[in-house]
Structures are given as structure tokens and as C-alpha cells.
Design a protein around this ligand. Structure first.
Ligand code: NAI
Length: 302
């Protein structure tokens, strides 16, 4: 059996922790000994408005259960907001060990109708928010050679979903960010992973149909809590989590078709080999750029 996962002495920031999934992460991390910054702007699902009550409520819940937490009402969507969130952790608890980038909003529209305002609002919170909070935190983590980062992706970004061009692009972008931080953080014991959750929250209750009542946020919590822990040695990975299913999503490439080193094939020759180009019966999961370049290198070397 695995040793109990605890967070004594650890400081965690959970963004968007005033409700939904983030609240469950904050509660469980605190229950297991972490001191937690409960960050939430407290606005509506579309990101409009703000209120201190969402974060305050979760801080009270943690305190009532004997845990330690502090509220932060800053928005993840600005440089200053991200810095203020990390500063709250440093001022209140002296450091930061864990960041769960979870805050999120929706502005769904089919692409032909989507305005650039709707694109920017969503990219600002999800993708830029991931940078704004993780960047000051990463510097602290690098200095102390310890850190755990979790980014919240989504099936909408990994696989696509109608009406979510803005959201899907942001959520796929976070995987790119997580992958690079996993590589850059490796020698500092900073692990970075992404999760794609499925859970009934105010964001999804109208979207999930009959599935809604079978996917509780608490079923996602164990994976995120594990990824935040010292026991987690995995990095650079994507986990899909919902309704009791825990799986891995991965970005892989096949051997493909090697046309030869000299000259470029004609378009027709390429088309003739489309089956082999698309064949995924065999694949590798490159862990960085070089892994893929090595694959080509082997072919070029014959
Ligand atoms: P939620 O709406 O309950 O939680 C999101 C929280 O983020 C809210 O409390 C909101 O006030 C906060 N927030 C929004 N903008 C903020 C900002 N600028 N700064 C700080 N806080 C802000 O929704 P849910 O479902 O708990 O979402 C959590 C994360 O999981 C989001 O990133 C969402 O996109 C993602 N997700 C959720 C899925 C689901 O099935 N519930 C599916 C895939 C991804």
C-alpha cells in the first residue's frame, strides 16, 4: 500500500478555488496538512463581476475543519494579479510549493459568431492566467529546487468541441506550457502535469446532460492532489479524470513514411503513401523536440 500522502510544511495556491473543482482541491490539500491560498475572483461563469464571498467561504470551511488557508481575490488574468496571488502565499506562509492553475470561464460561440473580445477574455483567464501565476511561483520553486504545478486542460482543447474555439485553444495551450515547464523544471525537482477533468459544476451542469449527476468534482480531486504531492514523480503528462475514470492522454508520433533524403517527393507520391503516413499501429511518445529529431536522424542515417 502507498504511504499516506501528506502536505505538512507545504504551501499550495489553488486558483479559482471558491467553488467547483478548485474548492475540492483546496479542501483536500488543507485536510492533508497544506497551507492553502484560496484564490477566486468570485465572478460569474462568463467571467463578469467579482465577489470576495466565494474565496472567503472556502477559507472558512478549511478553518472549520482545522486547516489553514488564506483568501485571495485577485484575478489570474493580469500580470499584477498573478504576482499578487503568489505574494499572498509568500507573505502569509513564507513560500510556495504547489500551484494548481484551475481558474476558468466560458464564452462559448460558434467560430463564425465569436468576437475577438470573447477570444481575449478566455485566453486571458486560462492561458495567460497560467503564465501570470506560474511565472512568479516557478522562480520561487527553482530557487528552492522543489515544486509541483498542475494545469487544467480540457477534452475541448485536447480533442475539440463545437462552439469552444477560444476555450479549446487556451486549454491546448496550457498543455504546451506544462510540457515546457516539465522540461525546464526537471533539474529543480519541479514536476508539471495537466489534467482534463469532467465534473458537474456550475460551469458544466447545463452542458453534461444526464451524465451530470454521475460526475462529482470529488472524483477528480485524488488525481490532482496526488500530482501536487512529493510522492508524485511523474511530470510532462496529461491525465483525463472524471466520473471514476482515471486515464492518460498522450501526444505521440508514428514512424510515418520516409521519402528519402535526396529531393522532395511529388505531391502524388506523397498521396500514394498517405496510409503509411497516417498509420498509428506503432508510435512513440517524444519527451521533447530532440526525441522527434532523433527519429528523423535515424532515418537519415539509414
Ligand atoms: P467553476 O466555474 O465552478 O470554477 C471556476 C472558478 O474560477 C470560479 O470559482 C471562478 O470564480 C474562478 N475564476 C474565474 N475567473 C477567474 C479569474 N480571472 N481569477 C481568479 N478566479 C477566477 O468551474 P469548474 O468546472 O470548477 O472549473 C474549474 C476548471 O476546470 C476550469 O479551468 C475549467 O475550464 C476546467 N474544466 C472543467 C470541466 C468540468 O467538467 N467541470 C471540464 C474541463 C475543464
Amino acid at each position: 500500500m502507498t504511504e499516506p500522502i501528506t502536505f505538512d510544511g507545504r504551501v499550495a495556491i489553488v486558483t479559482g478555488a471558491g467553488g467547483g473543482l478548485g474548492r475540492t482541491y483546496a479542501l483536500e490539500l488543507a485536510r492533508r496538512g497544506a497551507r492553502v491560498v484560496v484564490n477566486d475572483l468570485g465572478g460569474a461563469v462568463d467571467g463578469t463581476g467579482s465577489s470576495e464571498s466565494a474565496a472567503d467561504r472556502v477559507v472558512s470551511e478549511i478553518a472549520d475543519a482545522g486547516g489553514e488557508a488564506v483568501a485571495s481575490y485577485d484575478s489570474v488574468s493580469t500580470v499584477e494579479g498573478g504576482e499578487a496571488i503568489v505574494k499572498t502565499a509568500l507573505d502569509s506562509f513564507g513560500t510556495v510549493d504547489i500551484v494548481v492553475n484551475n481558474a476558468g470561464i466560458l464564452r462559448d460561440k460558434s467560430f463564425a459568431k465569436m468576437t475577438m473580445g470573447e477570444v481575449e477574455a478566455v485566453i486571458d483567464v486560462h492561458l495567460k492566467g497560467g503564465f501570470y501565476v506560474s511565472s512568479p511561483a516557478f522562480r520561487v520553486m527553482k530557487e528552492k529546487s522543489y515544486g509541483r504545478l498542475v494545469f487544467t486542460s480540457s477534452a475541448s482543447g485536447l480533442f475539440g468541441n463545437f462552439g469552444q474555439a477560444n476555450y479549446g485553444a487556451a486549454k491546448a495551450g496550457l498543455v504546451g506550457l506544462s510540457n515546457v515547464l516539465a522540461i525546464e523544471g526537471a533539474k529543480y525537482n519541479i514536476k508539471s502535469n495537466a489534467v482534463a477533468p469532467i465534473a458537474k459544476t456550475r460551469m458544466t451542469e447545463d452542458l453534461l446532460g444526464p451524465l451530470a449527476d454521475m460526475v462529482a468534482p470529488e472524483q477528480v480531486t485524488p488525481m490532482v492532489v496526488f500530482l501536487c504531492s512529493e510522492a508524485n514523480e511523474f511530470s510532462h503528462e496529461i491525465f483525463t479524470v472524471g466520473g471514476g475514470r482515471y486515464g492518460r492522454v498522450f501526444i505521440a508520433t508514428n514512424e510515418g513514411w520516409f521519402a528519402g533524403a535526396d529531393g522532395a517527393p511529388s505531391v502524388e507520391a506523397l498521396v500514394d503513401n498517405m496510409d503509411q503516413i497516417r498509420d498509428i499501429s506503432d508510435y512513440v511518445i517524444p519527451l521533447d523536440n530532440n526525441d522527434e529529431i532523433m527519429l528523423l536522424g535515424q532515418m537519415l542515417a539509414g
